[in-house]
Design a protein around this ligand. Structure first.
Ligand SMILES: [Zn+2]
Length: 374
């Protein structure tokens, strides 16, 4: 996600564009300028076709942005916070922080996208008709005709009832409303998403076998949708498991600690070389003083290792290096990701070291829970 380019922000929503979009932009421009327009206007110059193709691509881009903004604005009105929109190869994505709170909010948010694309299709169609009746000779109106078609297609395609497409979100909202279970609704809607993906792939293969190169696009689109359906379902499972489990339930409580009286010489020989960990918590009578790392030891000249003690150089541990046993596991994962470390110390309210939690513990939990569908 670091490779996305920030375009700016509208209504407090950051707009990003993926590099893959330049590929689509180029492809659309070329297809229009060298395929679609010359067929309709054989006498038009290449330069005009390229210019109009470019213009149509830009409006196509604006249409996708309009579609995503509609989702995001309706979401924000319904208390589903959206801070970011990313436009990428197959359209756009509004990034929610968390799941919607109610099925009705999700339904409104999901329906806003296709509704906006139908609206745009109507507007472009009206412009197209108006230009034709005004007798304009340029391929400009063909560009609007194409934009009307593509927006209509976008609206219809997005209404396919497979999660995470908009139609799949509508389906999820409906099942959620009926069953009162977001988890079950997501599972069924994601299965439906895989069904839609499989249909697209099959249709793509058939088209390709009959010599239609557009089949390749359907195969790609289907493949992409299948991945997205699996990923969205997993992501929801992960969020659910991690928010209902606390750190105490997955941490290991036997942690190798060191006493502050040990010299660095002893630390190196009896701890770092023996256990081969990169750091040890320094604990005095049960209370945690801090963490000593290999790096801290390297800072001290070798000849002083036999006289300097761990207690003299230990650094107090920072807020983002530990969690409380009662914290949800998801908080531990977020902290690890934020500090880019693989583990956190678990410290209770009396500053006592309760244990250690690692990324592997959390991933193990996710695996088992999703395997058992808990
Ligand atoms: Zn949409």
């Amino acid at each position: 996600m670091d490779n996305d380019i920030r375009l700016g922000s509208i209504f407090g929503i950051e707009i990003f564009i993926s590099y893959s979009w330049f590929f689509i932009f180029g492809l659309v421009t070329i297809t229009l300028a060298f395929g679609f327009f010359p067929q309709q206007f054989p006498k038009q110059s290449v330069a005009v076709n390229i210019a109009v193709g470019f213009f149509a691509s830009a409006l196509f881009f604006a249409s996708l942005l309009f579609h995503e903004l509609s989702h995001s604005l309706v979401a924000n009105i319904n208390d589903i916070p959206i801070k970011k929109i990313t436009l990428f190869i197959f359209g756009g994505m509004s990034q929610m922080s968390g799941e919607p709170q109610t099925p009705v909010a999700e339904l409104k948010m999901a329906a806003a996208g296709p509704a906006s694309s139908f609206f745009l299709a109507g507007v472009y169609f009206a412009i197209d008709r108006a230009m034709i009746s005004a007798g304009l000779p340029t391929p400009l109106y063909a560009a609007f005709g194409w934009l009307a078609e593509i927006n209509f297609f976008l609206a219809v395609f997005n209404l396919a009832p497979g999660f995470p497409l908009d139609g799949g979100r509508v389906l999820r909202a409906a099942i959620w409303y009926l069953t009162n279970s977001l988890q079950r609704a997501t599972k069924i809607a994601a299965r439906a998403g895989q069904g839609v993906a499989f249909t697209l792939i099959s249709a793509g293969v058939l088209l390709f076998l009959f010599g239609q190169i557009t089949g390749v696009w359907l195969i790609l689109l289907g493949w992409f949708l299948n991945q997205a359906a699996i990923a969205s379902y997993r992501q929801m499972m992960v969020e659910q498991s991690l928010s209902t489990t606390d750190v105490a339930g997955i941490m290991s409580s036997d942690v190798e600690t060191v006493s502050p009286d040990l010299t660095l010489e002893e630390l190196v020989n009896h701890y770092f070389l023996k256990y081969r960990y990169g750091r040890f918590p320094v604990v005095d009578n049960g209370s945690l003083l801090g963490v000593i790392t290999l790096h801290d030891i390297k800072e001290v000249p070798r000849e002083d290792w036999s006289s300097v003690t761990a207690g003299e150089i230990v650094e107090p541990i920072l807020e983002d290096m530990f969690v409380a046993p009662s914290d949800p596991a998801v908080k531990a994962l977020v902290k690890m990701a934020g500090a880019d470390i693989g583990h956190l110390l678990v410290v209770d309210e009396n500053k006592h070291l309760a244990g250690i939690v690692t990324r592997t513990d959390i991933i193990g939990l996710i695996k088992i829970r999703s395997e058992l569908q808990l």
